[in-house]
Design a protein around this ligand. Sequence first.
Ligand code: MLT
Ligand code: ZN
Length: 475
Amino acid sequence: MSNPMPQLLEKLSALLGPKGFTADEGEMAPWLVDWRGRYHGAAAAMLSPAATHEVADIVRLCAEARVPIVPQGGNSSMVGGATPGEEGDALLLSMRRMNRLRSLSPEDNLATCEAGMILADLHDAAAIVKRRFPLTLGSKGSATIGGLVSTNAGGTQVLRFGTMRGLVMGIEAVLPDGSLYEGLAPLKKDNRGYDLRQLLIGAEGTVGVVTAAGLKLVPAIHERAVAWVGVSAPAAALALLRRLEEKTGDAVESFELVPRAALDLVLTHIPGTRAPLAGAHEWNILIEAVAPEGAPGPGDLLAGSLGQALEVGLIQDATIAVSEAQAEAFWRIRDSISEAEQKDGPAAKHDLSVEVAGMPDFIRDATQRVESRFPGTRVIAFGHLGDGNVHFNVRAPAGSGGEWHKQDAPGVISFVHDLVTQAGGSISAEHGIGQMRLQELARLGGSARLQAMRAIKQALDPHGIMNPGKLVPLA
Ligand code: MLT
Ligand code: ZN
């Protein structure tokens, strides 16, 4: 069979016009490497449709020609999920031009956004009508709604509101044959069998392209209180969380664990940061509690509960931000951990979950086992303790160069993944599989899961054109 690409490119160029089609290497270059610079891909062209019917035409033409498509939003995947392979036989499908807010209804607590809308823009739009979209994360200035849906993103507010799975009320998507799945109606109850909405969430573009989503809004925050707390161990931190839940109802939205080593890295590498507490603590927690309009202030509630926790020796010290600027400064420390770690040297990064109650013991035992098995390494486990999810990052021995990543990190990674699998947990809590975790999913995913995933992929995408080489390991 002759190469279908030249004819396909001609058709796509005519369909999309100069704004929606480029094969220029310079224009495509920034989008062919992931933001961490780990994966470098190639593409025959970059397509930037402006409307759903254009996406449907693109997918139909590509399906006919059996040409692979790699959908991409803000290009901030943590696992290389939006970077094409190196072969250059795929087309990059940028959703960034489809960035309209189709509707915003405070009455229905619903925003309907096109896939390319940036998360921070949705936050701003919702604030105007005294609502908010409660999911947020460090890359909110670039992450798009389609990417967040397709990776079932988490972030720092999952404790109270859940991941994207709990916030997506409806989905519009183009399936791998070019047909349109019109599932935007925000039905609270719908028992028509298999849940395609949930199938598309977290599917990383492997069974269709999400073109729009209906998202749940909640009341805007009237007031927030942000505290920084020192504790001796993750077990004490978790006990504190349960105590706060008893005392404050569902006011606690974020409960983020920051080990001393992570705080030290931030203070060393991120200009303008200061330690929130005078003394050094082995573990710190950043807590955010909020209150809607008319409710008692969360600051008093938090101060009372933390005071009692201090009296009974559950925590070592605590401070509550006295201004929004100070609250932002606390959050900046938390959000800069990855950047500081990056600046400090190589590390093997993990995104692990176990049952929430089991995380303190997991952190303790796994740290001890990793550090004794790989002498000189140092574990930094930080993040979403209240969700049973930490980024269990293993820093290379001091003085290691970039080659550590290639030579030593794979052994560390499989060791850590074995530990979390033995503990009944997951090797990907919130970042997805992409290409980075594909082999590990194949190794540890379990045959029933892998068979079912392959069968679904084969049924919906028989020609394997949707984001190949991501999420679903080949048999
Ligand atoms: C975070 O929680 O800070 C991120 O998910 C972890 C990361 O950037 O590696
Ligand atoms: Zn995280």
